[in-house]
Design a protein around this ligand. Structure first.
Ligand code: TRP
Length: 332
């Protein structure tokens, strides 16, 4: 069975882009593969954040993932900070890759914007991400385009470590999520739907009540024509709605376009299919909110299962790197 692993940052509340682009496909991965998913709360510390919000958002993200359908009995779901092997292996990786490689990462350049005052962790972010992956001997890592360069560096780190210190890590493949859909902001359909950069009206949250979903879809930006046609370059708004509908129904956007005569009926269909698709997710979320202990318990089980895999890998890596093993081994 292949091992698949992916992570999501803990800031913000999950939205439709997370659900259609990642979570939904993770849910199907858990039945096919040996699946590991985690909330990257340590990565959330690489930029300015409110410490009062970090724990609640990690909890919220875990609740969202369980509501989306991840099942602690069928996958390993955990919080990154609950598995101390991650930052420990990250140090070893920092001593495997170079300053030049880190400095050239596009995400770093974008987020740092040339400022000296950015956190050092923003620079070393990809080393922690490589540790996240390599600790679990992951074969396949489903990520969006913005994370591909980090995955490439993870592969380089694994190969380099193996060459320098002997075979230790599995070299992972970046993978496109099984049913990944790229969802654009409903108000600004040329940019990706995201919790940080988007207008509240442009972002459908995974747990929005039906009225909210309907309101946001109806206010979605279209264009001055009236014809429903799938043509992303000239009709980004309408095409995005068709893609969302396609992702929710399993049809093709081009085929769907033929079935609607005006924007109003398309929007109605999009809103109805989203409400229907997300209803069970909302129901599970409400149940979990009444019983938050279930979320805490799921994370505890996940951390335990994760450590059982991560511990031996860390042990192997620290020995290979030549460190003196303490009595009883490194990974305790
Ligand atoms: N950096 C990823 C993101 O921002 C989240 C992440 C952290 C991740 N560690 C990972 C994804 C390891 C895949 C594998 O989306």
């Amino acid at each position: 069975m292949a091992r698949v692993l992916s992570g999501v940052q803990s800031t913000g509340v999950p939205h439709l882009g997370n659900y259609l682009g990642a979570f939904r496909s993770w849910v199907s991965d858990q039945d096919r593969d040996d699946a590991f998913f985690f909330i990257a709360d340590l990565h959330a510390m690489t930029v300015e954040y409110d410490p009062a919000e970090l724990a609640p958002s990690t909890f919220e993200q875990a609740l969202g993932l369980l509501a989306a359908g991840l099942d602690p009995a069928r996958c390993t779901l955990f919080a990154q900070s609950h598995v101390p092997e991650h930052p420990r292996l990250a140090w070893i990786i920092e001593c495997t890759i170079t300053y030049g490689e880190l400095r050239r990462m596009t995400q770093f350049k974008d987020k740092a914007g040339g400022q000296e005052t950015v956190r050092a962790g923003l620079l070393t972010y990809p080393a922690l991400m490589a540790a996240d992956v390599l600790l679990y001997d992951a074969d396949r890592v489903p990520v969006g385009d913005d994370q591909r360069q980090h995955l490439e560096l993870t592969r380089d780190a694994a190969v380099r470590f193996n060459n320098r210190y002997g075979q230790t890590f599995v070299v992972p493949e970046a993978a496109v999520p099984a049913y990944g859909a790229r969802v654009m902001d409903l108000q600004e359909p040329t940019r990706k739907m995201s919790k940080s950069d988007s207008s509240p009206l442009g972002t459908v949250l995974m747990l929005d009540p039906p009225e909210e979903i309907d309101r946001k879809v109806r206010k979605a930006v279209t264009d001055t024509e009236t014809e429903v046609r799938y043509d992303p370059p000239t009709k980004p708004g309408v095409s995005n709605l068709l893609e969302v509908l396609a992702a929710a129904t399993g049809d093709k956007p081009e085929t769907l376009a033929a079935g609607y005569r005006d924007y109003g009926s398309l929007k109605k269909a999009v809103s109805e299919s989203l409400v229907e698709m997300l209803a069970p997710v909302r129901e599970r979320a409400e149940r979990l909110r009444r019983d938050p202990g279930e979320v805490t318990e799921a994370l505890a089980i996940g951390a335990q299962k994760a450590r059982a895999v991560a511990g031996p890998t860390l042990e192997r890596a620290m020995r290979a790197a030549g460190l003196l093993p303490p009595a009883g081994g490194f990974a305790r």
